[in-house]
Design a protein around this ligand. Structure first.
Ligand code: NAD
Length: 296
């Protein structure tokens, strides 16, 4: 009997180290040529545990690349217009180059309205209608960080994905949908699945034919390893807490026996997401400094 090889692990930390060197070079050029300190400003309303963890990892990644990271915290009682006012202040501040609005926001806020207050040229997470819309036209441009991180992981495999079958599970605005668009940009023949696919019972048949699979549903062990196509590239974006442990959306132990490449959870997509934020900041700055009319 032929013994099957286990999947190669796509370790986010190692790739993030490589990205850090690339970003450091870009930051050095920006700082020297334009005499500025690339600066991110995160704005939060009240305090939240998950948001604090994300802020910490942003700060760690930023400082490791000589990027300044500032946090503005509004009182938990602040109104939507106060947050929009704070975003507009950051839009006008020439020393701030990228703006992050921390989630969650109070339930009464209109999230799309708040995010659209960010100037597109400072929208480092690519969450404004303008930047999300541009993804349709310029699929290689600025994109939400997690989606870009997924694509970077796929690129790191060195596999030729041109014309292959891609399946994305999850259709959120910041993960599933942009990942789907970026895959299409790479000429991967792509399908997007969601709760409707799950309810119709066709999730398995889609997953079984996926050469490239990106799962971002936020449901622990939603995908049995036995569904994974032999030799697939498997990216698990899900972060779930089960019995005090962090797990993804895919049954890792069985999936790794079938996939050619697979991301661990934790340690796969996560470490790349914050590094991609730094990459997006460099792209925004380069874009504005070369074409200042973008800030008009
Ligand atoms: P979301 O809740 O906005 O979207 C989830 C999507 O999954 C929806 O489109 C929904 O239709 C789909 N879905 C839910 N249950 C399904 C099922 N049973 N079958 C098929 N589709 C199903 O979530 P999100 O913001 O896209 O995040 C998804 C997951 O990714 C979460 O676990 C989140 O914590 C994680 N995440 C990780 C990172 C990272 O850096 N690693 C970043 C962002 C999000």
């Amino acid at each position: 009997m032929v013994e099957l090889m286990e999947a190669q692990l796509l370790e986010g930390k190692k790739i993030a180290e490589k990205m850090k060197v690339e970003i450091e070079n870009r930051v050095e050029i920006l700082s020297k040529k334009f005499r500025l300190i690339p600066t991110l400003r995160a704005i939060q309303v009240g305090e939240d545990h998950a948001s604090e963890l994300y802020l910490k990892s942003q700060k760690r990644a930023a400082e490791s690349c000589e990027i300044q990271h500032e946090v503005t915290t509004l009182a938990a009682t602040a109104e939507e217009k106060d947050l929009i006012g704070e975003i507009e202040r950051a839009n006008r501040d020439p020393k701030v180059h990228g703006i992050i609005v921390q989630m969650p926001l109070p339930k009464s806020y209109r999230i799309d309205r708040v995010l659209d207050a960010i100037h597109p040229a400072k929208d480092v997470e690519a969450v404004t209608t303008s930047n999300l819309g541009k993804l349709l036209i310029n699929k290689e441009g600025l994109a939400p960080c997690t989606a870009r991180a997924c694509i970077r992981l796929i690129e790191e495999t060195g596999a030729n994905v041109y014309g292959k079958e891609g399946v994305v599970i999850g259709s959120s605005k910041v993960v599933g949908m942009p990942t789907f668009l970026l895959l299409i940009g790479k000429k991967v023949t792509s399908t997007i699945c969601h709760t409707g696919t799950f309810k119709s019972g066709t999730l398995e048949s889609h997953i079984r034919r996926a050469d490239v699979l990106v799962v971002s549903a936020g449901k622990p062990n939603l995908i049995p390893g036995a569904w994974i196509k032999q030799g697939a590239i498997v990216i698990d974006v899900g972060i779930n807490r089960v019995d005090g442990k962090t797990v993804g959306d895919i049954e890792f132990e069985t999936a790794k026996k079938r996939a050619a490449f697979i991301t661990p959870v934790p340690g796969g997509v996560g470490p790349l997401t914050t590094m991609t934020l730094m990459e997006n900041l460099c792209s925004l700055l380069e874009n504005v400094l070369i074409r200042p009319e973008n800030l008009a």
